[in-house]
Design a protein around this ligand. Structure first.
Ligand SMILES: *Cc1c(COP(=O)(O)O)cnc(C)c1O
Length: 397
């Protein structure tokens, strides 16, 4: 199998080093420094009852295994599972439960997660409560006897609300349930939910982990021996396992995670501060502001603030003008890549969420979300300045 030598114990190495070297220092067969793309759907058995550890690609593939080990190490977990997308990981998580189970979910979350749970799993008899999990009183009040899991995004998408991971773990563990944390917005570089008591860390690897807006991937990471077999079985049975080439792209992206996250964070802060000084902007949502309502909590459970910034414009008519006039910053869904992207959650990431729930979460027609890439911050701000300068020029402002 691949590793001739596995990385020294994760505990002794910093995340920056682990991200570069991954699960194994090099490939065992040839010494390849970059673990190869094992583009094979099936693997020969030496004989009856004998195996190299690999048989069919839906179950295991060596490139994917290397990536899964890398993710496990980055999140400080024992096990990692890689899926074809973040939604594949969410879907696998939900399959741990059964009809009649109640799950408590962050109300402010990725719209695709809402759609999957509400359009499909609700139909199969699961029940969900959508709660502002950043509010401890609401969180406690929403717990029921049949609550089997809490699923949170923190910081949340797109309102940047911060939920107390330790408190959620305490509440759900009292009931013998599971806490899953979607850690996409911060990446393992800035936050490790397992160390704070979560049972599962979930990622859309499409975003900061792969980091180059060129592939989709998704992950579950955990240390629960009792969950590993069921999750492996779900992954193998359902068939949303990550392919070898996408596994390799994600591995390659992860090598520079530490460097990229530092720049994303720097650019995010510059843009948040610039936006805050604009007359056309009503409010900026950014976890790095000391007056963010959960700044203390976010500083206690995370090590940084990534490049995500949302903001309300004062005037909804400015939205199309800005989207048409940014040029470096691309008007596109997604986040966490080297290219800066701006999105309009109302019609993009959050279109699947019904209006009352959307508005209650804060996603109105004046909300924009920006993912700061790793370009030069002055260039990004000049681009925003030019786009903002077009507002009010006969555009209904
Ligand atoms: C994008 C995203 C997802 C879904 O991941 P895909 O890779 O697009 O399937 C889930 N959660 C969050 C927070 C996301 O940003």
């Amino acid at each position: 199998m691949i590793p001739a030598k596995t990385c020294p114990s994760a505990g002794s190495l910093s995340l920056d080093t682990l991200a570069v070297h991954g699960g194994s220092l090099f490939e065992g067969l040839t010494g390849a420094v970059s673990v190869p793309i094992y583009q094979s759907s099936t693997f020969r058995h030496p004989g009856l009852g004998e195996s190299t550890g690999f048989d069919y690609g839906r179950g295991l593939n060596p490139t994917r295994t290397e990536l899964e080990r890398t993710l496990a190490r980055l999140e400080g977990g024992r096990y990692g599972l890689a899926f074809a997308s973040g939604m594949g990981a969410v879907s696998a998580f939900i399959k741990l439960f059964k009809p009649g189970d109640h799950l408590l979910i962050s109300e402010d979350l990725y719209g695709g997660t809402y759609r999957l749970l509400n359009d499909f799993y609700r139909r199969y008899g699961f029940s969900f409560s959508w709660v502002d999990t950043s509010d401890a009183a609401k969180l406690r009040a929403a717990m029921r006897d049949e609550t089997r899991a809490i699923f949170i995004e923190t910081p949340s998408n797109p309102m940047m609300k911060v939920t107390d991971i330790r408190l959620c773990a305490e509440l759900i563990h009292k009931k013998g349930g599971i806490l899953a944390v979607d850690n996409t917005f911060l990446s393992p570089y800035f936050q490790n939910p397992l160390a704070l008591g979560a049972d599962l860390a979930l990622h859309s690897g499409t975003k900061y982990l792969a980091g180059h807006n060129d592939t989709l991937s998704g992950f579950l990471v955990h240390s629960r021996d009792d969950l590993e077999e069921p999750l492996r079985n779900i992954q193998k049975s359902e068939g949303a396992s990550l392919g070898p080439f996408d596994s390799w792209l994600t591995l390659r992206g992860i090598k520079t995670l530490a460097l990229r996250m530092e720049r994303h964070a720097l650019n995010g802060r510059r843009i948040a501060e610039w936006l805050r000084g604009q007359d056309r902007v009503e409010k900026v949502f950014y976890t790095g502001f000391t007056d963010h309502p959960q700044f203390a909590l976010s500083s206690a459970q995370a090590r940084g603030h990534s490049g995500m910034v949302s903001f309300y414009l004062k005037n909804g008519a400015d939205v199309p003008v800005i989207l048409r006039n940014v040029s470096l910053i691309l008007f596109a869904e997604s986040l966490g890549g080297v290219e800066s992207l701006i999105t309009y959650p109302l019609v993009q990431t959050h279109a699947a969420i019904p209006e009352p729930m959307r508005l209650s979460a804060g996603v109105n027609d004046r909300l924009m979300r920006l993912s700061a890439g790793i370009e030069d911050a002055d260039d990004l701000i000049a681009d925003l300045e030019a786009a903002f300068a077009c507002c009010g020029r006969g555009s209904g402002s």
